[in-house]
Design a protein around this ligand. Structure first.
Ligand code: IMP
Ligand code: MG
Length: 194
């Protein structure tokens, strides 16, 4: 597990930020394979429905499912949460629902990062109402120190400190999702542009 400091509070404006690699593509790839191996072992003999949370989880999910050795189907859900300064304030809505029946099925939700916990708490309650046989959550990143509501994922790639991160699907204001590595955004000394 990775723990980094010092903590970063609210995200400053883009022109006052610099990026530093937090997790390289090689480190990510190795951990994704390990996660897929654990999941394949845990669900041996079953067919899994993997539900990705758009948009952030799309790259992680694409890599993860290619390492699964069990049969799986995929679907996606899209959520919106309201808040300021990149922080969810607890009001979450579904803007695109899944299109697959999950009743009596084994379901794995795949997320890019857990921060306050509001998004996944809401989604798990929403999906449980459809009576899946089982429901677990896999997140690539976990900012455990920032929870506003208790939430524990079943599979966690990396626990990180309070950095705002971009790349490998994660965005800052819809930018940087295409970066192959994960970067932490940090304030520049003196607020200089880089
Ligand atoms: P939560 O409801 O606060 O747990 O929010 C989780 C969502 O916030 C994630 O799905 C991301 O979309 C977004 N998010 C939280 N932290 C970060 C970050 O450091 N970088 C990019 N997106 C983030
Ligand atoms: Mg997200």
């Amino acid at each position: 597990m990775l723990t980094l400091s010092p903590s970063l509070g609210k995200v400053p404006p883009m022109d006052a930020l610099e990026k530093e690699i937090l997790l390289s593509r090689e480190v990510i790839a190795k951990r994704v394979q390990e996660l897929a191996a654990s999941i394949s072992r845990d669900y041996e003999g079953s067919e899994l429905i993997v539900i990705g949370i758009l948009k952030g989880a799309f790259i992680f999910m694409a890599d993860l499912i290619r390492h699964l050795t069990i049969p799986c189907r995929i679907d996606f859900v899209r959520l919106a949460s309201y808040g300021a300064n990149q922080e969810s304030m607890g009001k979450v809505i579904i803007t695109k629902d899944i299109e697959t029946s999950i009743k009596d099925r084994d379901v794995l939700v795949v997320e890019d990062i857990i921060d306050t916990g509001y998004t996944l708490s809401f989604l798990v309650d929403w999906l449980k109402e459809r009576n899946p046989k089982s429901l677990k959550v896999c997140t690539l990143l976990d900012k455990r120190g920032r929870r506003k509501t208790p939430f524990e994922a079943d599979y966690v790639g990396f626990s990180i400190d309070n950095f705002f991160v971009v790349g490998y699907g994660l965005d800052f204001d819809e930018n940087d999702r295409n970066f192959a590595d994960i970067y932490a955004l940090k304030p520049l000394m003196g607020g200089k542009k880089k």
